[in-house]
Design a protein around this ligand. Structure first.
Ligand code: PMP
Length: 307
C-alpha cells in the first residue's frame, strides 16, 4: 500500500528504492522512539503539483529536532526541493509526504544523538479518517503531560499515546478517540485537532497539551476571513452538551465531521454546519481552486524547487 517495487524514497542524500531502505537493529530511534517526523500533503492544482504549506511543515520539523536535541543539517528550502523531486520521480501529484529524521546509528545510550538520518517517503493516501462523520469516544488515556515531553513537537515516541488511544476507542466500536489533557479538559484526537460549534461560533483547545496543527491554523484563518468567530479556550467534555457540531482537522484527515461523542449525538447533520463550509473552503484552498491570498501564494512560490 505504501510502496511497490518501483517506489523511490529519499534516504540520506539519495533517491533509492523504498523496498531496500533499511535501519540498524541497534538504532537509537528504534529502541526509544527518539525521532521526529512530519505529515504533509501535496495536491494537484491548476498550476501543477503544490505542497501545501511546505515551509511551515519543514519549519516545524526543525523545531521538533531542536526540541529533542537531534542534529539536522537540511534547510527548509533543500527539504522542499527534495520533496518536489521525489513526487516527480514517483509520478505523484496528490500525495501524502512523510519526512522522518531519526538517529539510525547503533547507540543504546540515553544521550542526544550526535548525527541523524533523513527519510522522505511519499504515497497516495485518501483522507485518513474517511469521508463519513465520526463517532468518537472520550479516551481513558490522557494526552502526554507537557511537562514530561515537548508536546508541540512531532516526536515519534509521542505517538504510542495516539496508537493506544485510537485502538482502545476502536476496540469499543467507535471510529476514533478524543483525548483529554492532564487537567480533564478536551485536548485533541490521536492525530487531529478538535473544534466544536456553538451559537454560530467555533471553539478549540488552546496551546497547552495539543499539537497546534497547521490545518488548525488554516481553518482558524479561513473562519475569521469568513467572519466566523473562533475562540481558543479550555473546556470540559460537559461543556460539549450545548454544541451543535464538531469536527477534526489535520493534514492526513483534512477536515472531517463528528457525528457523536459517546452518548452525545449532534442533531444537525454535518453538511449543514460551519465545519462543512470550512471543509469546502479548505479543499478549495489546497487544490488551488480559490483565489489564493497573496501571502499564501508567496509562501508556496518561495518553496518551489530551484531549477
Ligand atoms: N494533533 C496531533 C496529535 C497530530 O498528530 C496532528 C497531525 N500532525 C495534528 C494534531 C494536526 O496537525 P496538522 O494540521 O499540522 O497536520
Amino acid at each position: 500500500m505504501y510502496f511497490n517495487p518501483d517506489t523511490l524514497a529519499f534516504v540520506d542524500g539519495e533517491f533509492i528504492k523504498a523496498e531496500v531502505a533499511q535501519v540498524s537493529a541497534y538504532a537509537q530511534s528504534l529502541h526509544y522512539g527518539y525521532a521526529v517526523f512530519e505529515g504533509i500533503r501535496a495536491y494537484a492544482t491548476p498550476a501543477g503539483t503544490r505542497i501545501f504549506k511546505a515551509g511551515e511543515h519543514y519549519e516545524r520539523l526543525h523545531y521538533s529536532c531542536r526540541s529533542i536535541g537531534l542534529p539536522f543539517g537540511y534547510s527548509v528550502e533543500e527539504l522542499t526541493a527534495i520533496t518536489y523531486q521525489l513526487l516527480e520521480k514517483n509520478g505523484l501529484a496528490d500525495a501524502y509526504i512523510r519526512p522522518l529524521v531519526y538517529a539510525g546509528a547503533p547507540n543504546m545510550t540515553l544521550k542526544h544523538a550526535s548525527s541523524s538520518n533523513l527519510l522522505v517517503a511519499v504515497w497516495d493516501w485518501g483522507k485518513y479518517l474517511g469521508e463519513q462523520s465520526l463517532r468518537l469516544s472520550i479516551s481513558p488515556y490522557q494526552r502526554p503531560n507537557p511537562l514530561a515531553v515537548p508536546i508541540e513537537a512531532k516526536v515519534s515516541g509521542h505517538y504510542v499515546n495516539s496508537i493506544i488511544a485510537s485502538s482502545e476507542a476502536r476496540s469499543r466500536g467507535f471510529d476514533e478517540a478524543l483525548l483529554l489533557d492532564m487537567n480533564g479538559y478536551v485536548a485533541e484526537g490521536p492525530g487531529a485537532n478538535f473544534f466544536f460549534e456553538q451559537g454560530g461560533e467555533l471553539f478549540t483547545a488552546p496551546q497547552g497539551s495539543i499539537l497546534r496543527g497547521i490545518t488548525r491554523n488554516t481553518i482558524i484563518e479561513l473562519a475569521r476571513e469568513a467572519g466566523i468567530r473562533v475562540t481558543e479556550k479550555f473546556f470540559t467534555p460537559d461543556e460539549l452538551q450545548g454544541a451543535t457540531g464538531a469536527f477534526f482537522t489535520g493534514t492526513a484527515a483534512e477536515v472531517v465531521g463528528i457525528a457523536a461523542i459517546d452518548e452525545l449525538e449532534f442533531r444537525t447533520p454535518f453538511a449543514e454546519t460551519l465545519g462543512a463550509r470550512l471543509a469546502e473552503s479548505y479543499r478549495a484552498l489546497v487544490t488551488g481552486e480559490t483565489d489564493q491570498k497573496a501571502r499564501h501564494a508567496e509562501l508556496v512560490e518561495a518553496f518551489l524547487p530551484r531549477k
